[in-house]
Design a binder for this molecule. Structure first.
Ligand code: 9WN
Length: 459
């Protein structure tokens, strides 16, 4: 029987602590098993009963440690929904799940209106952060059966190239190398305060919204989810894209929401570097990927780094305005392996400041999704304050990449401590660790597996 280790004994009293990593690991694997649906994993059986884009990349990374074949299958199933222009949809709908199990479902998106949607799969019409090349590479690196993993990479390489070429070709709207998102759902951080300044200015014409029923509120407390007002904006923007049959050229000409953000672009850059490594394994052209990475790196620093604020900021590609709020996206360029050391230091300083580090009370957790000192900080409402395990994991990986293992350890330990306290919830209060949203949430399980196995807690 596995020995129970109490990490509380050795840790500083104000550091997040947890017990029995073996039990956490076993429970995480059981969550992923329960959420496996024939060929892929649902984020949650209740709230999100289909396959989601960046969720699947996180899930595949977690699975890569102990089940190579399901990890590969996860990504291959997702790419069944890829459009012929390379766009990888943010939802690939399960054909056997009723349309009204999730809103907006396939009848809302009408993906068949887009010329390139695969005929056999209904999908949404927008994308999400492109973590998949990184996930594919990590599956290869963890694989117990190398020839099978190499064949998997050979199948995936052209699809991953197409995905990233779509972004470079159709979403680099200002020609600076950065990719713009056209909808808050594309960010993965739907109601983040980072989008307030654009969404608050959005005027929805009378009669432009159909009546619709939110399904999320059947499964979750309304005070923990985006407001109805935010949903109206999400639905209105999705309809505007649908009305032009998901034609990027037309949309980009008209869309009121065009945002170059540090999270989407940092993940894009991390994946371009992964693609260069994959190219080296399967005999592709590494140099073109390295050149693409250099361009995104330069643009991140030139366009999205604010020396004055000491953080990365989102930019409205239409007006050039920068978002004034301090949110979790500020840290994401830590994923850039070439981020200059002085900028890494500034970001570590921000992470340790009162904006993201709750006062040293006995119980507190990092990293909140929004500035703890902001007037509108809300510890319970979705992306407007709670800690999420996926954003912690991205910052944790970024810090480790830059050799900041000291700070990374606190971020990684918060992940385990939150799950130890509240289970595999979707998000958590940074103030007391209470859990919200779905339980049995897949990426919370998958990324905790990666955290515990990549950096095993000291015995
Ligand atoms: C809309 C599935 C997804 C995540 C997103 C998260 C949430 C959907 C929703 O759930 O968004 O895509 O209905 O709220 O914000 O990051 O991919 O887990």
């Amino acid at each position: 029987m596995a020995e129970t280790i109490d990490h509380r004994a050795s840790a500083c009293p104000c550091r997040p602590t947890f017990t029995d990593p073996d039990r956490l690991l076993a429970t995480a694997r059981a969550v992923l098993d329960r959420n496996w649906l024939r060929l892929s994993t649902v984020p949650s059986r209740s709230l999100y009963p289909h396959q989601w884009n960046w969720d699947s990349a996180f899930i595949a990374i977690g699975r890569s440690w102990h089940e190579q074949s399901r990890a590969q299958q996860e990504l291959e199933a997702l790419f069944e929904g890829q459009w012929s222009n390379g766009m990888l949809p943010h939802i690939v709908f399960d054909p056997d799940t009723p349309d009204d199990a999730y809103f907006p479902g396939p009848r809302f998106w009408q993906s068949e209106r887009a010329a390139g949607c695969p005929p056999q799969r209904a999908t949404s019409g927008i994308t999400q952060p492109p973590l998949h090349a990184r996930a594919a590479l990590e599956i290869y690196q963890q694989a117990s059966h190398e020839p099978e993993a190499r064949a998997f990479l050979e199948r995936m390489y052209p699809k991953l190239v197409a995905q990233l070429e779509y972004l470079a070709g159709c979403r680099d709207v200002t020609g600076n190398g950065l990719v713009a998102i056209v909808h808050p759902w594309e960010s993965g951080l739907d109601n983040s305060p980072a989008f307030d300044h654009v969404l608050d200015a959005l005027v929805i014409p009378d009669g432009a919204l159909p009546s619709y029923e939110r399904r999320d509120l059947v499964h979750a407390d309304p005070t923990h989810r985006p407001t109805d007002d935010a949903y109206d904006r999400f639905v209105y923007l999705a309809l505007a894209y649908r009305e032009v049959d998901y034609d990027d050229a037309v949309l980009i000409d008209r869309s009121p929401f065009l945002l170059e953000g540090p999270l989407f672009n940092a993940i894009y850059l991390w994946s371009i570097h992964a693609l260069a490594e994959i190219a080296g394994i399967v005999g592709g052209d590494r140099r073109s990927h390295r050149a693409a990475a250099r361009r995104v790196h330069d643009a991140l620093l030139d366009e999205l780094w604010s020396d004055e604020a000491g953080r990365f900021v989102a930019r409205d590609a239409r007006t050039g305005d920068h978002d004034p709020s301090a949110t979790i996206i500020s840290f994401m360029p830590l994923l850039d392996p070439e981020l200059p050391p002085d900028i890494v230091e500034r970001l570590v300083g921000l992470l340790e400041s009162p904006c993201f580090h709750p006062a040293h009370t006995e119980e507190h957790y990092i990293i909140s999704s929004f500035d703890l000192d902001a007037d509108t900080f809300d510890p319970q409402r979705y992306w407007r304050g709670p800690v999420w395990l996926n954003t912690n994991w991205l910052v944790w990986r970024g810090l480790r990449q830059h050799g900041r293992h000291d700070v990374a350890a606190e971020v990684g330990d918060s992940m385990a401590a939150l799950v130890d306290r509240s289970g595999f919830r979707e998000y958590f209060s940074p103030l007391d660790g209470a859990g919200f949203g779905s339980d049995d949430f897949s990426w919370s399980a998958a990324l905790l597996i990666d955290r515990l196995l990549r950096d095993p807690p000291a015995v």
